[in-house]
Design a protein around this ligand. Structure first.
Ligand SMILES: CC(C)(COP(=O)(O)OP(=O)(O)OC[C@H]1O[C@@H](n2cnc3c(N)ncnc32)[C@H](O)[C@@H]1OP(=O)(O)O)[C@@H](O)C(=O)NCCC(=O)NCCS
Length: 163
């Protein structure tokens, strides 16, 4: 398995497959996902364009099987300047094999150096993802409806309430 960035051309060529991975991954978790084709398509485009260097694709046998997308320069009211992980999906046929963890670890490695912290939102009923985030050092810092906000400090200097 290989994790790497993709060029704009490759993104265009792989867009359908990436959308399919997204839709398959969120089966049963639709409450936390876009479901219509055009929404998924424009969401993926927004993710990629926001920070192509932080759109990482996991390849298995030359085919995409998962991806993570983050934006390095994000402003959050509570946290200030922060990296933001917007999406992480792995095709169900390839889940449970360490691909999600590998994508997240690589994204975190790339985030360090920009800001001291990375945030994300996860659905409260999304047990698999919440476990993964806790395991990699994220902690809950807020809630909004069904969403839980989590933060990981990359340098250990940040304390809640500071920005
Ligand atoms: C969350 C997701 C990306 C994990 O991908 P994955 O490749 O299966 O994850 P990994 O194999 O690397 O497992 C990493 C950790 O996730 C957790 N996890 C994975 N599968 C799990 C399961 N079936 N039950 C409980 N925890 C699970 C575990 O903590 C696991 O660590 P461990 O193997 O050391 O116990 C994947 O389940 C997915 O695509 N989910 C749907 C989309 C989604 O919810 N994305 C997150 C949005 S915030």
């Amino acid at each position: 398995m290989k994790v790497r960035t993709i060029s704009p051309q490759e993104f265009r060529e792989r867009r359908k497959r990436l959308a399919e991975i997204y839709r398959r991954a969120y089966r049963g978790l639709e409450a936390y996902a876009y479901t219509s084709s055009w929404e998924v398509r424009s969401y993926l485009r927004w993710l990629y364009r926001g920070d192509p260097e932080m759109f990482l694709v996991a390849y298995e046998g030359g085919e995409p099987v998962g991806f993570i997308s983050g934006h390095r320069y994000w402003h959050d009211r509570q946290l200030g300047e922060v990296g933001n992980i917007h999406e992480l999906v792995v095709d169900p046929d390839f889940q449970g094999m360490g691909i999600g963890k590998a994508l997240l670890s690589e994204a975190l490695r790339r985030f360090s150096g920009d800001h001291g912290k990375v945030m994300l939102w996860v659905g409260e009923g999304n047990e698999k993802a919440r476990k993964l985030y806790l395991k990699l050092g994220f902690r809950e810092v807020g809630r909004a409806g069904v969403w839980i906000k989590m933060v990981k400090e990359l340098e250990g200097t940040w304390t809640e309430g500071s920005s």
